[in-house]
Design a protein around this ligand. Structure first.
Ligand code: PAF
Length: 280
């Protein structure tokens, strides 16, 4: 596995591979890699000649400075995991390399960024959009891989790629879960033993909602999920939202939308966890 810290060196390496007809797959990450990331990398390896992974903790997507400070930096174990998963190129730029000047890019996502996460994390999706666009321009991948756990992020990146006509195919990948259902996340390692025991209750409530949604109106289902999750006192729901799975907008009648998703953000102490399930 080759490791690059500068854009120029990475690009010379990738330009040569692209010119020789190799396909390039890309998995952007912020490091602290778990099996969810590794599954993205393995899928990428199986579909492309060259797999590029970036590790960059993107400061401009953190609306909460405490979250940025607590974001684990584990480049050495991450490199080992990537090497065993078959990654060919690792890109670990510094902040100065990515943002030589303060970033002022204006981003627009057709309203997708205003709901759910967008309501509670102002500026977050602008930061994600800026860095992912920049990384796409640097790596110029044929395909890029994103997990469905970050459902809204995925929808926003798909929108950005369509709108800006970025020539990359976005490949959504299913959420990877622990055996007890908890969605894998680098935040899980910050849970106390009690919070970790409680956290699978989030997915259990989502499964129950999918099985029983037709008995409720969407807002009733949101209340049910909230109550069920909060039955465990370790968990506090920030939002439980039923949305159109394409536009991410709320709706009132199941008959009005072709595909619906239920997204939640839940605090276990200070650790904020997100998850989602497609209802139909
Ligand atoms: O999902 C993430 O880890 C980040 O938001 C991403 C896509 C790597 C951009 O920093």
């Amino acid at each position: 596995m080759k490791v690059f810290e500068t854009i120029n060196e990475l690009q010379s390496h990738l330009d040569a591979l692209r010119e020789s007809g190799k396909t390039i797959g890309f998995v952007p990450t912020m490091g602290a890699l778990h099996d969810g990331h590794i599954q993205l990398v393995k899928t990428c390896v199986s579909q492309n000649d060259v797999t590029v992974v970036s590790i960059f903790v993107n400061p401009i997507q953190f609306n909460n400075p405490e979250d940025l400070a607590k974001c684990p930096r584990t480049v050495e174990p991450d490199s080992e995991k990537l090497e065993s998963a078959g990654c060919s190129v690792l890109f670990t730029p510094s902040e100065k390399e990515m943002y030589p000047e303060p970033d002022t890019t204006v981003m627009e996502f057709g309203g997708l960024e205003k709901v759910m996460e967008g309501r509670f994390r102002p500026g977050h999706f602008r930061g994600v959009g800026v860095v992912v666009k920049k990384l796409f321009e640097i790596v110029k991948p044929h395909r890029a891989y994103f997990g469905e756990k970050d459902f809204q992020q995925l929808a926003i990146i798909q929108y950005m790629v369509r709108k800006l006509e970025i020539p990359v195919e976005i490949i959504p990948c299913a959420t990877i879960r622990e055996a007890d259902g908890l969605a894998m996340s680098s935040r899980n390692m910050r849970l106390t033993a009690e919070q970790r025991t409680a956290a699978p209750g989030i997915y259990a409530a989502l499964i129950n909602a999918r099985e029983n949604y037709s008995w409720f109106i969407p807002s009733g289902l949101e209340k049910l999920v909230m109550t069920e999750i909060e039955q465990n006192h370790e968990l506090k729901v920030e939002y439980a939202t039923v949305a159109n799975a394409v536009t991410l907008q709320p709706f009132e009648d199941w008959m009005d939308v072709e595909h619906a998703v239920l997204c939640v953000a839940v605090f276990a102490g200070k650790v904020r966890l997100i998850d989602n399930i497609r209802l139909y």
